[in-house]
Design a protein around this ligand. Sequence first.
Ligand SMILES: Cc1cc2nc3c(=O)[nH]c(=O)nc-3n(C[C@H](O)[C@H](O)[C@H](O)COP(=O)(O)OP(=O)(O)OC[C@H]3O[C@@H](n4cnc5c(N)ncnc54)[C@H](O)[C@@H]3O)c2cc1C
Length: 288
Amino acid sequence: MDEVKCFIPKSLDEALRIRKEFHAKPLAGGSDLMVSYYKGIGIAPVFPFPVMIISNLSDELGTIRKEDDGVHIGALSTPNEIASSMVVPYPVRKAASLMGAPSLRNTATIGGNIGNASPKGDLPQPLILLDAEVVLRSVDGERRMKVDDFILGSKKTALADDEIITGIVIPEVKATHYFYHKIGMRRANAISKLSLSALFDVEDGVVVDFRASSGAAGPKVRRSRDAEEILIGLKLDEVSGKTGEFLSAWNSILSPHAMPEYRRASTRRMLLGFIEEVASGALPGNYE
Ligand SMILES: Cc1cc2nc3c(=O)[nH]c(=O)nc-3n(C[C@H](O)[C@H](O)[C@H](O)COP(=O)(O)OP(=O)(O)OC[C@H]3O[C@@H](n4cnc5c(N)ncnc54)[C@H](O)[C@@H]3O)c2cc1C
């Protein structure tokens, strides 16, 4: 068998040079890659491609900070770091806090969650709700694109073979009410069967913004701008009269491969509950 190269760069610059020359696949927490190439207890996984272990780069890729254009989350930030950072918006914090078991929440990374592009990955869903961007670097420069455009489908991304995800930028989103819910087999350490985020921004009794996104209910996270538009601009007391129209528009974007009726009915029920609570004034706003 041909020898497979494994690199351990000491800086981002070195990692970018290795990525350009050898197209080595980044290995961050390894919780997807190591599992995919697992050969058995005590046997090192065998990768059919060059690998680059990037976990040493947390000084450059592991910080979370607020800047003028939004909240920057370094690619190596773990679910625990994200869940405990108060600058991170509520649905992303909540999703991070419910990922896997405590050990996973200290080893997995946001870069790996986006890079893996699993339809069941928990972080793309609230990031797409918030129009977050992924920051991609190569030796030739940096580009940004919406997470929604970066994830092309199940396990497919727009990552070029000389690029590394360096981080995520979440622009400031004004919202008075947030919703996040994950359904899994158990309360802990469960991959999502379904996840849903939504937000309202209500000003003087008028819906200024409304968004909803669902995960694990199709090959990639879905939002429907057409469905969202149905509720935007309404007075709160007009919302209940439009929920039927909204839900049928929303329904048409879901294409679950398994248990379609269960998944459609569950997202409809969760969305309806959230919308009615906000419309009736029963849900206090401003989540922190
Ligand atoms: C027991 C168990 C439970 C799990 N539970 C959940 C769960 O509840 N929710 C959930 O969403 N996921 C879950 N996962 C999946 C996994 O932990 C996550 O997807 C995690 O975020 C992956 O991060 P990582 O750093 O370990 O990725 P890695 O395995 O290191 O990488 C995953 C992919 O992303 C690419 N990649 C990593 N970093 C970068 C980068 N900076 N730039 C470019 N590409 C990059 C890699 O090349 C690879 O293709 C679980 C996994 C296990 C084993």
